[in-house]
Structures are given as structure tokens and as C-alpha cells.
Design a protein around this ligand. Structure first.
Ligand SMILES: Nc1ncnc2c1ncn2[C@@H]1O[C@H](COP(=O)(O)OP(=O)(O)OP(=O)(O)O)[C@@H](O)[C@H]1O
Ligand SMILES: [Mg+2]
Length: 247
């Protein structure tokens, strides 16, 4: 999930992960945002202050971070991912503490190494990966989603949001074998959808309505799927999951 800040990446990623897991598939949710978001929309509660993945990293004799001996992608997910509802496993790069990024450097390095080995790990062949990336194009350009086959660019019906989504989609599509699709979020009618499609220059794969239930779930600190499983936004995200599965 990519796009401008506040576009709705975390809400859509967390809800998609839950929908896929309820469909009976194994899901690994991948959270590389340094700010909170995904664990709430998944219904996994607050983020740990120290990311468990920090345990997987050590420094070599030159002071460079590496994965501890014996820690590959499978073990990293077994040991350092946490449980989320519906059997989802959640692997987090870590959240920036008050003190700055230094305390989570080990975890960030471990995360980057692990995600680059996920695509070739046979254990995960039949798993679904759902990743929530930080806002903007940088993390896409710098390879923070090497597991992604599809980038979902989330767009609100504003020019800035569409411009950001187009840029990110263009960068994502530079990698061979990758597709990028657009999803409109917080739309209030057909006019909004047409507006977004005009701005991004192609049809959107789904149009998630502005939904009071999503906002309410956030105020309560619970996942939208738990708070309002039949709300229009959740129903549209279910449709998006089906459309993505169809290819
Ligand atoms: N369809 C929707 N209807 C109503 N509110 C929504 C909807 N989608 C998202 N929101 C609200 O918009 C805000 C931003 O959503 P979210 O946190 O998912 O965005 P984000 O793209 O992950 O943001 P960030 O870039 O900060 O990570 C949240 O308060 C969320 O509850
Ligand atoms: Mg977010």
C-alpha cells in the first residue's frame, strides 16, 4: 500500500489483511512505517516500544548491521513477528521512539534484510503478503517492498494526493513484473471517482467511500472490520481483495 500521507494506506492494508485471512489464507502483514497505523487497523493493539526484530540483528566486526547467525526469513517470522487477529502474523520494522531512530537501527536493518529474502522462501509460497509503506515515493524507490507483486496506490479525491499516487505508481512500475493499481479512498459519490480517474489518468480498481464507521473505529481504537464489518468501506475493501485475486 503506497500513497500520500493520510490517504488511507493503513486502514486499507489492515482491512485487506483481515479479509484475506478470514478467507482462510495465511497472511504476513509487513509494516515498514516508522509511525503507528497498521497495528490499529489490523486490530492488533498498540505497537511494542522495542520492536522484537531488534533481537535478530547484530553488528559485525566493522560495526555494520547483519542478521544473527541462523536467522533467515522463516525463523524471523516465527520468532519476531507478533500475532494479530485471524491468525495473521505481523512483522514490523519498528516505530520511531521519542529518542529518534537510533534505538531501532538494528530492527530496521534486520527488517530490510528479511524482506529481501521473503520472495524466495518456499515456506511462504502460499502466503499472502500485505505491506503498509510510509507515505511518499522514497521507500518504493529504495526497495522497501521487494516482496510486492502489486502496488496499490491509495488516492483521495485531491490533486496533491493524485499527483503523489501517480509518482509512486510510476516508480513502482519501473521494476519488471510488478503492477500498480489505483484505489480511490474517501469518495463521496460517482463525481469523486471520476475526478480521481481524471487526475490519475486511468480507471481505479476500487472506490472506498468516506465512511463514518471507519472514523468511529479509529476513535475507539479498534479495527474497522471488527467495529463495522458491514460498513460500506469494509464491503468495498472486500471487493478490492476479490478483484486483486482475479488479477
Ligand atoms: N474511507 C474512510 N472513511 C473515513 N475515514 C477514513 C477512511 N479512510 C481513512 N480514514 C481516516 O483517515 C485517516 C488516515 O487514514 P490512514 O491512517 O489509513 O492513512 P495513511 O495513508 O496510512 O496515513 P499515513 O501516511 O500517516 O500512514 C485516519 O484517521 C482514518 O481513520
Ligand atoms: Mg499509515
Amino acid at each position: 500500500m503506497v500513497g500520500k500521507g493520510g490517504a488511507g494506506k493503513s486502514v486499507i492494508a489492515g482491512t485487506m489483511a483481515r479479509v484475506v485471512a478470514r478467507d482462510g489464507r495465511r497472511v504476513l502483514a509487513l509494516d515498514s512505517d516508522l509511525l503507528p497505523g497498521l497495528s490499529f487497523s489490523l486490530g492488533a493493539g498498540a505497537d511494542p516500544t522495542q520492536p522484537p526484530l531488534g533481537e535478530a540483528a547484530e553488528k559485525d566486526e566493522n560495526g555494520r548491521w547483519r542478521l544473527r547467525k541462523g536467522v533467515g526469513p522463516v525463523r524471523a517470522v516465527q520468532r519476531y513477528a507478533t500475532d494479530a487477529p485471524d491468525g495473521i502474523r505481523l512483522l514490523q520494522a519498528g516505530k520511531t521512539p521519542q529518542a529518534g531512530v537510533e534505538p531501532i537501527m538494528g530492527s530496521l536493518n534486520a527488517y530490510y534484510r528479511v524482506i529481501h529474502r521473503l520472495p524466495r522462501a518456499r515456506t511462504f509460497e502460499d502466503w499472502t503478503f500485505v505491506g503498509d509503506l510510509p507515505a511518499g515515493p522514497r521507500h518504493v524507490a529504495f526497495g522497501w517492498a521487494p516482496y510486492a507483486e502489486t502496488f496499490v496506490a491509495v488516492v483521495q479525491p485531491t490533486a496533491q494526493s493524485a499527483l503523489a499516487a501517480r509518482r509512486v505508481a510510476r516508480i513502482a512500475r519501473m521494476r519488471e513484473g510488478v503492477r500498480a493499481v489505483f484505489v480511490a479512498n474517501r469518495v463521496t459519490g460517482a463525481d469523486d471517482v471520476r475526478h480521481v480517474e481524471g487526475l490519475v489518468g486511468e480507471p481505479v480498481m476500487a472506490a472506498v467511500p468516506a465512511d463514518e464507521a471507519v472514523a468511529h473505529a479509529e476513535r475507539l481504537g479498534v479495527a474497522p472490520v471488527d467495529h463495522a464489518p458491514d460498513s460500506p468501506a469494509v464491503v468495498e475493501i472486500e471487493r478490492l481483495v476479490a478483484a486483486l485475486a482475479e488479477g
